[in-house]
Ligand binder design. Sequence first.
Ligand SMILES: NC(=O)c1ccc[n+]([C@@H]2O[C@H](COP(=O)([O-])OP(=O)(O)OC[C@H]3O[C@@H](n4cnc5c(N)ncnc54)[C@H](OP(=O)(O)O)[C@@H]3O)[C@@H](O)[C@H]2O)c1
Length: 347
Amino acid sequence: MQFLDNPLSYLNYSKFMQEAIIAALNTKAFPNPKVAAVLTDNKGNIKSTGVHHGPGTNHAEIDLLTKTTIDTDDVLYVTLEPCFHADSSPSCAVELLNTSLKNIVIGDKDVDPRTNGKSIELFKNKGLNIQFEYNANNLINPHYLNQKINKKSNTIIGKIASSQNNYIYNDQTEDKYISNDISLALTHILRASVDGIAIGKNTLLIDSPKLDVRNVNIQDSNPIKIVFWGADPNIDSHISNHSDIYFLTSFTHKADNVIPIIDVNFDLNKLFKNLNINSLLIEGGNYIHKYFTANALYDKFYWFKSSNNIHSGVKFSDEVIESLKNKYKPINKFLLKDNQLTTYTCM
Ligand SMILES: NC(=O)c1ccc[n+]([C@@H]2O[C@H](COP(=O)([O-])OP(=O)(O)OC[C@H]3O[C@@H](n4cnc5c(N)ncnc54)[C@H](OP(=O)(O)O)[C@@H]3O)[C@@H](O)[C@H]2O)c1
């Protein structure tokens, strides 16, 4: 893995937590969280990596312990607090305490009530050095908090890229990218973390985004692609050109990849459930963001802002900006070279 090219360093993760995040993003563990553990030696070399492959299989820490032994001055990086409880995998906390481990870096506390900070307390009581690199698990498994605590059936994340003066489209250039390479690379990390990606009709027609995951270190991540299409009857060429996209329409159609959502009371949650989507990234444009922010349907929102101004094109809707101000609160700001990322959460 090329650390210099990895956008995760801009979110302040150390290079070994970055390695763990990427390893976790390469797994399919649902309904369990994607988790990875990376062990480094006293020279800063990676000794081994462990991952969790889903229900009934070893947790990442146990996977790692089957491949290597831990020495006193090694450091273990794990994206999620090791489990306190034992179920199909033994208690990772207990198994780790049976080794020489003295140093552990944890991504996030595991909010699963069976663990919920108990392993962290145990490690502290046993004298281990503990550090945190928060939001590693929240990034890898955006639905985890809703799944475990809020008992919501899905997690919806909005994303937009704008110029400094809030344009989201520049009609003076062929280049459709407003943000820089780091913002773009982070977008692909976000895509790899979700089950589905959605856009509005005009975004498909104007930008024709591939809606896939392009990151050389992440294989086999194929989120479901969705277009909120609406009423436009001129759909036939698009549904055949994009057989890998589900089109949500306000009319019926015989094609398998058209899903009519005619009724105003249509239950989107049910639809996402039928498509096995627990986490959905919505990449705009305005029309879609207006609907989702006005109704506070986003759990999180990512706003990438470049340092350049655009003088002609489409502006980010004032309504969306107002909704972000009134219904959301900023939780983090990151400098991505000359871009800035602000992350929001629903109030
Ligand atoms: N910078 C960025 O990050 C970014 C990201 C995405 C898009 N963009 C830009 O944003 C612009 C597109 O934004 P936009 O607001 O025009 O379009 P949009 O959100 O992509 O699509 C909106 C259109 O989709 C249809 N639609 C979708 N869902 C519908 C529903 N439930 N019911 C009825 N109709 C529905 C409507 O078409 P009809 O009115 O024909 O029915 C609506 O006008 C483009 O210029 C694109 O480049 C920028």
